[in-house]
Design a protein. Sequence first.
Length: 246
Amino acid sequence: MSLKGKNAVVTGGGKGIGRACSLQLARDGAAISIWDLDGPSAEETAALIKGEGGKAMVCVVDASSKQQIDDAVARTRAELGPISVLVNNAGMTGFTPFMEMSEEQWDRMLAINLKGPFLVTKAVVADMLAAKWGRIVNISSSSAQTGAAAMAHYVASKGGVIGFTKALAQEFATTGITVNNVPPGFVDTPMLRSSPVDVDAYAQTTPMKRPGKPEDIAAAVSYLASEAANYVTGHTLSVNGGRYSN
Ligand SMILES: NC(=O)c1ccc[n+]([C@@H]2O[C@H](COP(=O)([O-])OP(=O)(O)OC[C@H]3O[C@@H](n4cnc5c(N)ncnc54)[C@H](O)[C@@H]3O)[C@@H](O)[C@H]2O)c1
């Protein structure tokens, strides 16, 4: 229970990786503010946490809208108290060949996957600075390590998340705040299942011959959020079943 007494925000906590992170951080002792566009899914995550004896609240929020973020931060502080753990997980994907990619598609991807984490981090980091302790874990993507065809906008956004992580880690290094990222690769979530990827066929081409589970990512996030990781910052902790080594 290393996070006992601490409050965590998990964006996109309604489904997939964000739900698993919310459940794991709650098991680690944190109270969780689940932020998601999808209210019913976020409520389900909260019910799962409460069913295990944990504490959770829900904010229905677009984690790329400054006004909605500010409202969600205010609600979270009022109900739980200061925020000391942030998992920037909310994101979208998309598959469009570069020559067909529109400016609007590019802007939307960057707004949600890269500007969103910037805005959310700006809104919550004051609590961490005041406490002289904080944990920021950004969910990037293995595609930013390998490249991926027809995903230039997505890969650029996630490459930006890795750079953002490294820059903030340097800037906050003396403040007690660590900033790290986990790039998932091929994890069985609603996002993967709604993509054009044939999950079972692709699994056979991977070293472990199976997709990852959301819990595999949550375990890495739990470590990076823990006291045990207090000398780890700016790090990219790859969780991809051996598909890419760095
Ligand atoms: N699944 C994978 O294989 C994989 C691989 C690499 C990276 N990722 C990254 O992991 C993160 C989570 O992915 P997932 O597979 O669990 O996705 P998912 O689509 O299964 O779940 C994402 C959740 O985020 C919410 N969400 C989306 N946009 C939002 C917004 N603007 N504001 C608030 N909530 C929002 C959705 O409603 C949903 O509940 C994403 O950033 C994704 O890019 C996933």
